[in-house]
Design a protein around this ligand. Structure first.
Ligand code: DNO
Length: 348
């Protein structure tokens, strides 16, 4: 297992110098969100980033992510052009030696929260999701929320996309995902790249949008759309965690034994009684939330997982400001905790 850390590039308030000082971190997970969605990510751009990371003694482990154009997800006739660009980006990353691509197929919004500043009992602040609270947010407010990785749609674009998806069923999204994968997986195979879909976060429809990757069964169906190792998963404990029907250690063993987990996001959530999928994010340790992090890491050890994992969102602690969920301090605590669990498990 390689413990990695997400870094948003030059504009990230967290620097590579900071990351390098967390002893267990060896790999970097990064992206190119300044390139407009749908455009090809040039080879030179990837190589430049790789060089910069390596200058700090770290490794460019995962590209998370290349956002999928809305025309592809919604199945517009123009999708082929965007898929061709996507394939070109995959070829470029393969050529640059970057082997893992994390992506998602969530319409319009990537991960979604209703509160970015929920105060916890210890005075720290965390992100949270409560269905009722989200309903009370109007689209204008939401368009300003701007979580890291969101496509920066304008208010008008958001309104248009939301309207368009009202007539698109979950089954249509499944067939659009199959269409996409049938084109990109052969290219990924040839480029030596594996694709790793990120589950929908939270694992429930938001604003009536058709979201499909939110359960064990959905992940199984995904892996069956194209029977290739290159068609894999980012197993995100925090995204699936609010769905209490997902047995995370079982899912890790099931998909791990099939060689389909290429990347792990390992974080804890605290399920809330206010609604079926409501939760607030928690510190990584088991005692802070609803998930048994030891069992999760044990499952990774049982499948002899050699790939990258990363601590995921952190709380805001010690007065830190910065990108929601992506500060330095709490994620570093998370990384150290996961490394400790791992060392203890594999030395047994
Ligand atoms: C949120 C992240 C997601 C993830 C994308 C992958 O913190 O886990 O934004 O990167 O869904 O495409």
């Amino acid at each position: 297992m390689e413990i990695t850390f997400r870094w948003y590039g030059e504009n990230d308030p967290v620097t590579l110098e900071n990351i390098k000082q967390v002893p267990v971190l060896k790999g970097i997970v990064t992206s190119f969100f300044d390139i407009p969605i749908g455009d090809v990510i040039p080879y030179e751009t990837i190589i430049d980033r790789k060089r910069k990371i390596e200058e700090h003694g770290l490794r460019f482990s995962v590209l998370e992510s290349i956002n999928v154009h809305e025309d592809i997800k919604s199945g517009k006739p123009t999708r082929d052009k965007w898929i061709a660009n996507y394939c070109e980006s995959i070829r470029n990353m393969g050529k640059a030696g970057i082997k893992i691509l994390c992506y998602n197929f969530m319409p319009v919004f990537d991960w979604t929260r209703s509160d970015l500043n929920r105060e916890l009992s210890d005075g720290s602040h965390a992100l949270s999701y409560q269905a009722k609270e989200l309903q009370s947010l109007n689209i204008e407010k939401l368009s300003k929320m701007d979580l890291p990785a969101w496509v920066p749609y304008s208010f008008d674009e958001l309104k248009q996309w939301l309207a368009l998806y009202q007539n698109i069923s979950e089954e249509t999204i499944w067939s659009n995902l199959a269409y996409f994968l049938k084109k990109v997986i052969p290219v990924a195979e040839e480029a030596g790249v594996v694709m790793a879909i990120h589950p929908d976060d939270p694992p429930v429809s938001v604003f009536g949008l058709p979201r499909i990757i939110r359960s064990f069964e959905a992940l199984k169906r995904l892996t069956e759309l194209v029977d290739s190792k290159a068609n894999g998963i980012t197993l995100c404990s925090g995204s699936l965690g609010p769905n209490k029907n997902v047995d995370l250690p079982k899912a890790i063993r099931y998909f791990g034994e099939k060689g389909r987990i290429h990347f792990g996001h390992v974080r804890n959530v605290n399920r809330l009684p206010s609604g079926e999928f409501d939760f607030h994010e928690a510190a990584h340790v088991s005692s802070s939330g609803s998930l048994d992090m030891y069992e999760i890491m044990k499952a990774y050890a049982d499948i002899n997982f050699q790939g990258p994992i990363r601590p995921d969102h952190g709380r805001k602690i010690w007065g830190e400001t910065g990108l929601p969920g992506y500060g330095l301090f709490d994620r570093s605590l998370g990384a150290m905790y996961l490394a400790g669990l791992w060392e203890a498990i594999i030395k047994k």
